[in-house]
Design a protein around this ligand. Structure first.
Ligand code: SF4
Length: 501
C-alpha cells in the first residue's frame, strides 16, 4: 500500500525476491466508505506515500495516547469526550455522511489506513496488543456515541451480528415484561417499549446483561433494549480486533523483508506514550533554574520516588545498570541538563572506574539518549523522550540488582514504606493511603498522594492565590512533571522562576 516513489530504492526493487511475489498480488483500488464508523475488517490496498504512512500513523497515535492519558487521569466519559473533541477535529476528523463534507473520503481513508498501520506496529507483543485493543475500543466508543443515530443504526445493520429485530406486534405482546427491564411502571410503559429499538440475541451472548437483569429472556432469546446494544457492539468490536491482531502478529515475520517500514513501525510502538506527558529537553526546562551536574544533589529534593531511588542507588554503588541509566539520563535531559553537563554528572558519579572505561562503556549511551549519535529513527526528535509513568510502570520491570522502574509498583509494601521513610515521609495517614493505593494498583495515585503531602503548604497557597491553574495542578503522570511542579511550587515568588507549566 506504499507508493514506491523513492529513486534510491529503484535498484533494490528490481531484484525481486521470489518470496515477495507470493504476497504481491494486490488489487490496488480505492475502498469505498459508506459509513463513518468501521470495524476495520478489510485491509486497505490503494497506494499511499511513505510520508502519509508515517504521518497518519503518528496522528492516530496522538489520539490513542491522549485517550489513554484520560483514563489514566480517571476522567469521566463526558470529560474525556470534551477533552478529545478538539484533538480529534485536528488530527483525525471523521464527519457524518449527512455533513456532505468535501473531505469525507479523505478523512475515512486516513482513519482506515492509520488503524491498519498501528495494527502492524502494535501486534508484536501481548502487552502492546492489549493496550492497542483497549484504546482503539475507547476511540470506537467515543465515535459510536457521537454518531448520528440513523447512520449508526444503518452501520450496525451491516455488521451481521446475528441480532433479530423485534416486531411491533411482539413488542406489544411482551410490553409488561419488556417494560420492567427498562424501569418503567404501568401507564407509560407501553409507549416506551414501542419507542425503544429492541433486538433478540442468544441469551449466552449477554451474560452480563442477564446478571444485571437488564434484559428479558424467553425461549433462549434475550430481548435487548437499544440503550444496551452499545455494549454488545463494543464487545464484538473488541473480540474481532483481538483476533485480527493475533493473525497480524503471525504475519509479522514477512514484514522483515521490508527495511523501509520496520524502522517506522518500531519507532511508533516505542513512542506509545501520552504526548502531553512527553518531554523534550528544552520543553521542560525551567527558566531561572540552575541545571548543572554540580547542582543535581540539591535538585533531588524535587524528585519523585522513582528518581530518588535511582539517585540514592547511584550514590551508594557509584554505578547503575543499563535501564536505570537510561531512565535517569532521560529524566535529567527532561529537567534541562544539557548533554555536556549530563556527561560530567555520569563521569563524576561513576567514580570507581577509569576515564578509559567510562569513555568506552558509558559515554556513547548517554550521547545516544540525547540524540547526539546513533542512526536509528529515535534520533528524529533529538534522541529519546523521557519515560512517562505509564512506560515506567508497564515496561521492563526491574530484575535483581536493578534500580529502575516505579517503587510504588515494583517494591514490596515493606520496602516501599522503608524507602518513603528514608525520604522523610513518616505521616501515618499518608503511608496508610499509599498502602491502599498500591493494593488497588493505583500506583500513580500513591505518587500524587505523596506529592500533595510534601507540597501541601505550597499547594494551598498556589490554589488560594490562583498562581497555578487547574490544568497545572492536574494529576501527575510523568516524573518530569513531578519535578517541574515541585520546583515551581517550592520556588514560588522567586523573581527569576517563571510559573509556566
Ligand atoms: Fe515515578 Fe511515576 Fe512512579 Fe511517581 S508514579 S514514582 S513519577 S514512575
Amino acid at each position: 500500500m506504499i507508493r514506491q516513489d523513492f529513486h534510491r530504492d529503484a535498484k533494490r526493487r528490481n531484484v525481486v525476491d521470489h518470496r515477495k511475489t507470493q504476497f504481491a498480488a494486490p488489487s490496488y483500488q480505492d475502498t469505498q466508505y459508506p459509513h463513518r464508523l468501521s470495524f476495520y475488517s478489510t485491509p486497505p490496498t490503494a497506494d499511499i506515500t511513505l510520508e502519509q504512512f508515517e504521518q497518519w500513523a503518528i496522528d492516530r497515535l496522538r489520539i490513542l495516547a491522549e485517550l489513554e492519558a484520560c483514563s489514566f487521569r480517571n476522567k469521566t466519559p463526558a470529560e474525556t469526550a470534551a477533552h478529545m473533541k478538539p484533538l480529534l477535529d485536528k488530527h483525525l476528523p471523521l464527519d457524518a455522511s449527512s455533513s456532505n463534507h468535501s473531505q469525507l473520503h479523505a478523512q475515512r481513508q486516513k482513519d482506515h489506513y492509520s488503524h491498519f498501520i498501528l495494527r502492524l506496529a502494535f501486534a508484536s507483543t501481548e502487552d502492546l496488543r492489549r493496550r492497542f485493543t483497549r484504546v482503539e475500543t475507547q476511540l470506537f466508543r467515543l465515535r459510536f456515541q457521537a454518531d448520528d443515530s440513523r447512520e449508526r443504526a444503518a452501520f450496525v445493520r451491516t455488521l451481521n451480528l446475528n441480532w433479530d429485530p423485534v416486531s411491533d406486534e411482539e413488542k406489544r405482546r411482551l410490553a409488561p415484561q419488556l417494560a420492567s427491564t427498562i424501569g418503567f411502571g404501568h401507564g407509560k410503559r407501553a409507549q416506551h417499549v414501542m419507542d425503544e429499538d429492541w433486538c433478540k440475541v442468544d441469551w449466552m451472548r449477554v451474560p452480563d446483561l442477564i446478571e444485571s437483569r437488564k434484559v428479558f429472556v424467553r425461549m433462549g432469546k434475550a430481548y435487548v433494549p437499544g440503550r444496551e446494544q452499545q455494549s454488545m457492539v463494543l464487545n464484538e468490536y473488541t473480540g474481532r480486533l483481538e483476533r485480527a491482531l493475533e493473525l497480524t502478529a503471525r504475519a509479522l515475520p514477512r514484514l522483515d523483508e521490508d527495511d523501509r517500514l520496520n524502522p517506522i513501525l518500531n519507532h511508533l510502538s516505542k513512542n506509545f506514550i501520552a504526548p502531553d506527558a512527553s518531554y523534550t529537553g528544552s520543553g521542560a526546562a525551567i527558566e531561572g533554574a540552575e541545571m548543572t551536574a554540580r547542582n543535581v544533589d540539591k535538585l533531588t529534593q524535587h524528585y519523585p520516588l522513582c528518581m530518588s531511588h535511582l539517585h540514592r542507588t547511584l550514590r551508594r554503588d557509584a554505578h547503575l545498570k543499563h535501564y536505570g541509566r537510561l531512565q535517569y539520563t532521560l529524566f535529567l535531559k527532561g529537567i534541562g541538563l544539557n548533554l555536556e553537563e549530563c556527561l560530567v554528572f555520569w563521569r563524576s558519579s561513576f567514580n570507581k572506574i577509569t576515564d578509559d572505561t567510562f569513555n568506552k562503556e558509558y559515554r556513547y549511551n548517554v550521547r545516544h539518549a540525547y540524540g547526539d549519535v546513533g542512526g536509528d529513527s529515535n534520533r528524529r526528535g533529538g534522541g529519546y523522550s523521557p519515560f512517562s509513568c505509564q512506560k515506567i510502570l508497564t515496561e521492563h520491570a526491574p530484575g535483581p540488582g536493578e534500580a529502575h522502574g516505579c517503587p510504588y509498583r515494583h517494591f514490596s509494601m515493606d520496602n516501599l514504606s522503608t524507602l518513603l521513610r528514608a525520604t522523610g515521609i513518616n505521616d501515618r495517614a499518608v503511608l496508610q493511603g499509599v498502602h491502599e493505593d498500591k493494593e488497588k494498583q493505583k500506583f500513580h495515585m500513591a505518587c500524587n498522594r505523596v506529592f500533595e503531602h510534601v507540597h501541601k503548604t505550597e499547594l494551598r497557597r498556589a490554589r488560594d492565590d490562583g498562581i497555578m491553574t487547574a490544568a497545572q495542578l492536574e494529576t501527575i503522570v510523568h516524573p518530569n512533571e513531578y519535578f517541574k511542579r515541585s520546583y515551581l511550587l517550592k520556588n514560588m515568588g522567586k523573581a527569576d522562576v517563571k510559573m509556566e507549566g
